[in-house]
Write a protein that binds this ligand. Structure first.
Ligand code: ADP
Ligand code: ZN
Length: 210
C-alpha cells in the first residue's frame, strides 16, 4: 500500500498521516521532517534546505527527489509507505511516475485559507517528538510541555506570519496543480478537514476503505 497525502500547509497532513500509518502499519515518510532532522544535525542537505524553508520556498526538486528515493529504497518500505509532503511539484510527481512506483491512493485534505493561517500561527511543536499542539484549540495539559514525551514546545521557525503567507503562495502555485494531475489519473480522493480531529480522521480512514 503506497499512499500520498496532499494538502496546504496546516491542513493537518502530519496528524492524519500518523493515524494512517498506525492503522496500516506503514512507515511515515515526511519530507518536512527529514529536512528538519537534517537542519538540526547541520548536514549539507540541512544547510541547503534551511535557506529555502526559512523563506517559505520549496527545496529544489533534485535534492528532494534524492532523499525520497534513498528513503523508500530501505528495507522497511518493502510493503508500502505513506508519503507526507511529497510530491509537492509536478516535476516531483513525474519523477515518482518514472521510477515505476505504484501509488494506490492520493488523498488531499482541504482546509480554507483563514483556517490555515489561524492554525499555523498558533501551532506549537514538540522539540523532541514533533507532536503538534495549538495555543488555543489544542492546548497541552501543561503550558509549554508536550503531553506525549514531556519535551519543550516551541513555534516552528517557518510558522511566522510572513513565512506562512509565502508557504501558502508556494502551495497554490506549485503544489495545488497536483490535484488535477492525480484527478486526471482517477487517483484523487478528497477529504474536507474539520476542526475536530476525530471526525477528519474517521473520514480519512473511510475514504481509504478501512
Ligand atoms: P507544511 O506542510 O506544514 O508546510 P512540511 O513539514 O511538510 O510543512 O514542510 C516544511 C518545508 O519543507 C516546506 O515549506 C518546504 O520548504 C520543505 N519541503 C517539504 N517537502 C518538500 C518537497 N516535497 N519539495 C520541496 N520542499 C519540501
Ligand atoms: Zn513530545
Amino acid at each position: 500500500m503506497n499512499i500520498i497525502l496532499l494538502g496546504a500547509p496546516g491542513a493537518g497532513k502530519g496528524t492524519e498521516a500518523s493515524k494512517i500509518v498506525d492503522t496500516y502499519k506503514l512507515p511515515h515518510i515526511s519530507t518536512g521532517d527529514i529536512f528538519r532532522e537534517n537542519i538540526k544535525n547541520q548536514t549539507p542537505i540541512g544547510v541547503q534546505a534551511k535557506s529555502y524553508i526559512d523563506q517559505g520556498l520549496l527545496v529544489p526538486d533534485e535534492v528532494t527527489c534524492k532523499i525520497v528515493e534513498e528513503r523508500i529504497s530501505r528495507e522497511d518500505c518493502k510493503n508500502g509507505y505513506m508519503l507526507d509532503g511529497f510530491p509537492r511539484t509536478i516535476a516531483q510527481a513525474e519523477a515518482l511516475d518514472k521510477s515505476g512506483i505504484d501509488i494506490d491512493c492520493v488523498l488531499t485534505l482541504e482546509v480554507g485559507d483563514e483556517e490555515i493561517v489561524e492554525r499555523l500561527s498558533g501551532r506549537l511543536e514538540c522539540k523532541i517528538c514533533g507532536s503538534s499542539f495549538h495555543k488555543d484549540h489544542r492546548k497541552p495539559k501543561a503550558e509549554g510541555v508536550c503531553d506525549n514525551c514531556g519535551g519543550t514546545l516551541r513555534t516552528r521557525e517557518d510558522d511566522k506570519p510572513d513565512v506562512i503567507r509565502a508557504r501558502l503562495k508556494t502551495y497554490y502555485e506549485q503544489t495545488a496543480p497536483l490535484k488535477e494531475f492525480y484527478a486526471k489519473k482517477g487517483m484523487l480522493k478528497t477529504v474536507i478537514g474539520k476542526n475536530e480531529i476525530a471526525s477528519t480522521s474517521a473520514e480519512v480512514l473511510k475514504v481509504l476503505g478501512v
